[in-house]
Design a protein around this ligand. Structure first.
Ligand code: G4P
Length: 290
């Protein structure tokens, strides 16, 4: 399967981000907890050098909690501050302000020594499409307002949302681009539904997912669809189709429909909380490619 990304968009997004990053203290990067590597782009490390960094693991309701904890440690060891949230339900949101302040404590202390008090920290949200940037910002703003009873203030000029007396947020998030050169990244983004369906072969995609699940989350497919996981991926898809009565006219098996059901149920968490990337395997794969 081939995935495309248009360089024009990338250049513009990068230029805009370079400008915006000059104005802020901390880059708050949102990743999808199911794919903490594929939903990142290492270019941000260069763009955000000399800035404080926070990684937000979003959509924790859909990811395997054991694996999310391992990924949090992994990034902490690399010097990032981290936090886990579900921006949709609001879980973990109340801790965000504290973590941002903790990440910027050196600067706050430096300001204090110079007699500068109450200068808010300026933050910017970044992330690839669909990781939940807008949902996060909405939830963060709502939390801040619920606490203070105020409406968020918008400062003149650049659009800064005043969250509370300590933090101002740039109102438009920075959009990063995925690393499409790596086909594994493309596949994982396709699994979670971040690539347009029109350019995908859904049946092929679902068979890749079946393969992944049988190897890494054995018995999940058996529990949900009553399939025999010792069979090959095409046979398993066929079993799903039969068990879910996916038939075309003339009683032929409708593989596309079964594939659609599997992908939907995976994406909305009906198969359970599943992570697609594992710390040990990623480290091994990277050391092999370097
Ligand atoms: P973006 O700005 O980064 O592009 O992402 P956006 O906020 O638009 O979110 C993308 C999708 O992810 C949305 O679903 C949103 O509801 C969902 N989402 C965001 N945060 C979470 C989370 O913590 N958990 C879960 N389960 N989902 C989350 P959608 O289907 O596009 O829209 P909707 O039908 O949910 O409104």
């Amino acid at each position: 399967m081939n995935f495309q990304w248009y360089p024009g968009h990338m250049t513009k997004a990068k230029r805009q981000m370079q400008e915006d990053i000059k104005l802020i203290d901390i880059v708050v990067e949102i990743v999808d907890a199911r794919i903490p590597v594929s939903s990142k782009n290492p270019d941000i490390d260069e763009l955000a050098k000399n800035k404080y960094r926070l990684i937000i693991f979003n959509k924790i309701d859909l990811a395997d909690p054991k694996e999310t904890a391992k990924w949090e440690n992994y990034y902490k060891e690399k010097g990032f501050h981290t936090i886990q949230v579900n921006s949709k339900s609001g879980l973990g949101m109340k801790n965000v302000t504290g973590v941002i302040q903790e990440a910027c404590k050196e600067k706050i202390e430096r300001d204090r020594k110079r007699g500068i008090l109450n200068r808010p920290i300026r933050a910017m949200i970044v992330g690839i499409p669909n990781v939940g940037k807008s949902t996060f910002i909405n939830s963060f703003v709502k939390k801040a307002c619920a606490k203070t009873g105020n409406k968020p203030g918008v400062t003149k000029g650049k659009q800064w949302i005043r969250m509370n007396k300590n933090i101002e947020l740039l109102d438009t998030p920075g959009i990063l681009w995925p690393k499409f050169e790596d086909q594994r990244v493309g596949l994982r983004l396709a699994f979670i539904g971040s690539i347009k369906e029109e350019i995908l072969n859904i049946t092929e995609l679902s068979m890749e997912l079946i393969d992944f699940l049988c190897h890494n989350y054995s018995s999940i497919l058996t529990q949900r669809y009553g399939v025999d996981e010792t069979r090959n991926k095409a046979e398993i898809l066929e079993e799903i189709a039969v068990n879910r009565q996916c038939r075309l006219k003339g009683n032929q098996i409708d593989y596309d429909k079964a594939a659609g059901i599997l992908m939907d149920e995976f994406r909305n968490g009906k198969l359970g909380a599943i992570t697609l990337e594992f710390v040990n395997k990623e480290e091994k794969a990277n050391s092999e490619t370097v």
